[in-house]
Design a protein around this ligand. Structure first.
Ligand SMILES: Cc1cc2nc3c(=O)[nH]c(=O)nc-3n(C[C@H](O)[C@H](O)[C@H](O)COP(=O)(O)O)c2cc1C
Length: 359
């Protein structure tokens, strides 16, 4: 299925699946955790160009710009509306140690589109390619530039033509790889991702590096996408949130081994403690509680009494509450459940993107 490592410019990534950019989730603690489970790469949460240039140190920097030895290779993702600011921010992130820069031409959040950012560029190829040129020029040749795309603004033929114009122009300007989430911007998260579109892209550009995204809720689905489309890499999104085991399970399938059973409650508890400890390092123990509360709604899906856990989680405030939560709900080592696909009510939802980064 994957005969060669994933190449992003000169980077060679042996394991071709990584944690994709997820606002509110692909922070330093969760990236490190996923790497410990075998993720081959990670991409940090999307950052607004202006934000990158204004943040120096302190809490915000420790949340959004933190990177360390255990966290490579790691891409930084940028969003913005001004090619010059994009370029400065890209250079800044490279100097902070990120291994490549990814430009977000995909975000479907209304507020973002209204500010001519994210998915807006798919309807404006000229501006998109100006941005690519400006960032490419600002980076040294050895630092790869990649794009995150949806398959167009909407389903009109004109929209598809513009998508191809952006991609063709991007290859000409030296973009090293593209990640495509094959839904239109207007579709947001419904209906299902169109993997057939990825297969057609592969046929059109057999020698370019393409990473697939969209509805990779289980390692089996990730393998199916790779098989069906021929993509070079897999951008794991919602499937990994609260389920870092995803990468270990995928590795087992790729190596022809049986998938390990879902983590038991004691195994889950050990990972929750490890995740909390990483979050406490990054944010301090009190802030770590609210970060973990967010993730724990996802971890709770692996617990046989998940709906009761979710009620308790709403009230979690202090590190003492956190310790009690683990002590009460993870006291007995029962078998766990494999993470189900997101419920319809969760499908909104890169709203975090709008909340934190639309400026
Ligand atoms: C909560 C949330 C936050 C997201 N944040 C980003 C982001 O910062 N950058 C990005 O390129 N995509 C972002 N996405 C899109 C995902 O990376 C991914 O492409 C998409 O969810 C499809 O993959 P999946 O169905 O396997 O989750 C986000 C999605 C969600 C649900």
């Amino acid at each position: 299925m994957f005969n060669t490592p994933l190449s992003i410019g000169k980077l060679r990534i042996a394991f071709p699946a990584g944690l994709g950019a997820l606002a509110g989730y692909s922070d330093w603690p969760f990236r490190v955790l996923c790497r410990r489970f075998g993720a081959g790469f990670a991409v940090a949460e999307v950052l607004l160009d202006r934000f990158v240039l204004s943040v120096t140190r302190g809490k915000k920097a420790s949340r959004f710009i933190r990177l360390d030895d255990e966290d490579h290779p790691c891409g930084a993702q940028l969003m913005g509306d001004d090619p010059q600011l994009f370029a400065k921010a890209a250079r800044n992130l490279m100097e902070r140690g990120f291994d490549w820069i990814d430009i977000n031409f995909a975000c479907p959040v209304k507020k973002v589109l209204g500010k001519c950012r994210g998915g807006w560029f798919l309807a404006h190829p000229r501006e998109a390619l100006q941005t690519v040129a400006s960032v490419r020029e600002a980076l040294p040749p050895q630092v790869p530039l990649t794009l995150k795309l949806r398959r167009g603004l909407n389903d009109s033929p004109a929209s598809q033509e513009r998508f191809f114009e952006v991609v063709e122009g991007a290859w000409d300007q030296g973009v090293a790889a593209i990640t495509v989430h094959p839904r239109t911007v207007m579709q947001r998260y419904r209906p299902s991702a169109d993997w057939e579109f990825l297969r057609r892209l592969r046929q059109r550009w057999p020698d370019r590096v393409m990473i697939g995204s969209g509805d990779l809720f289980t390692p089996e689905l990730a393998c199916r996408m790779a098989d069906m489309t021929g993509v070079d890499g897999l951008w794991i999104g919602r499937g990994a949130v609260g389920y870092p085991w995803f990468f270990r399970e995928l590795e087992a399938i790729l190596e022809g081994r049986p998938i390990p059973p879902p983590p038991t409650l004691f195994q889950q508890r050990a990972v929750l403690e490890e995740h909390f400890s990483l979050a406490a390092t990054a944010y301090g123990p009190e802030r770590a509680v609210s970060v973990m509360r967010n993730f724990s709604f996802q971890y709770a899906k692996l617990h046989p009494r998940g709906s009761e856990l979710r009620k308790t989680l709403v009230q979690l405030k202090s590190s003492e509450d956190w310790r009690d939560y683990l002590r009460v709900w993870y006291a007995v080592d029962l078998p766990g459940i494999r993470k189900p696909p997101p419920a319809d009510s969760e499908n909104a939802s890169d709203t975090a993107c709008a909340r934190d980064y639309s400026g």
